[in-house]
Design a protein around this ligand. Structure first.
Ligand SMILES: N[C@@H](CCC(=O)N[C@@H](CS)C(=O)NCC(=O)O)C(=O)O
Length: 215
């Protein structure tokens, strides 16, 4: 999405998880064996947040800049991006990975914590003016959160019977609708069936807990 939003020409290389990402070739460019990785000239960069900032810095003349110039706004972007992994991702994947039959009270608690974070995100968008996380312009914060929403909307509905709609999250719902309509999303999105297939594999192996995304 970042490459498309910045209008950068690129050649995508698909990495089939569980097959291509632990090969000698791929580990030689990204020792973590995770996606995404970019190669720009001789430079190789991995870790989504580092990749995103690298692209913004290198292509900073683009009109559609996703990272503002002012230090205060840059600090705000980084704080919200760190919060994505530390709170939303952790809570959503912990709830998704938890088996209700093992401990229903814990399941309720995990669901409540996730709802609290969703409500924080809804208020953050509302305070910024109701469109994007930082105001009227899309930024790296929106691009960081969106793919997790894309996957969690499908996964939480399939495995936890949990829907985002009708939870008094009007700004978040509007944000999801408008982000889902962006060209950069339409061109990169996964089909719900693909998400379910991959997550069924991941959940079957307790992958999210093993890699520390879920508690
Ligand atoms: N913190 C990393 C996480 C990347 C990550 O875990 N990607 C998953 C797919 S969404 C992956 O490559 N999983 C394969 C594996 O861990 O073996 C980033 O943001 O780039």
């Amino acid at each position: 999405m970042t490459l498309l939003e910045l209008g950068i020409d690129f050649e995508p290389v698909e990495i089939a998880l569980g097959k291509d990402n632990k090969t000698e070739w791929y580990l030689s460019i990204n020792p973590n064996g995770t996606v995404p990785t970019i190669k720009h000239g001789e430079t190789i960069v991995y870790e989504s947040s580092v990749v995103n900032e690298y692209l913004c810095e290198v292509f900073d003349s683009r009109e559609a800049a996703l990272m503002p110039d002012e230090s205060a706004a840059r600090a705000r972007i980084r704080t919200l991006i760190l919060r994505c992994d530390a709170k939303f991702v952790k809570l959503a994947y912990s709830y998704l990975s938890h088996k209700r039959q093992d401990d229903p009270a814990k399941d309720d608690q995990l669901q409540m914590q996730l709802i609290e974070e969703l409500s924080f995100l809804d208020k953050t968008i509302s305070k910024a003016g109701g469109t994007y996380f930082l105001g009227e312009k899309v930024s790296l914060v929106d691009l960081t959160y969106l793919p997790f929403f894309e996957r969690q909307i499908v996964a939480l509905s399939a495995w936890k019977n949990f829907e985002l709609k009708n939870r008094n999250l009007p700004y978040l719902e509007k944000w999801i609708d408008s982000m889902f309509g962006r060209n950069s999303f339409i061109k990169t999105k996964s089909e719900p069936e693909q998400i379910k297939e991959l997550y069924s594999l991941f959940l079957g192996k307790d992958y999210f807990k093993k890699v520390g995304i879920a508690e």
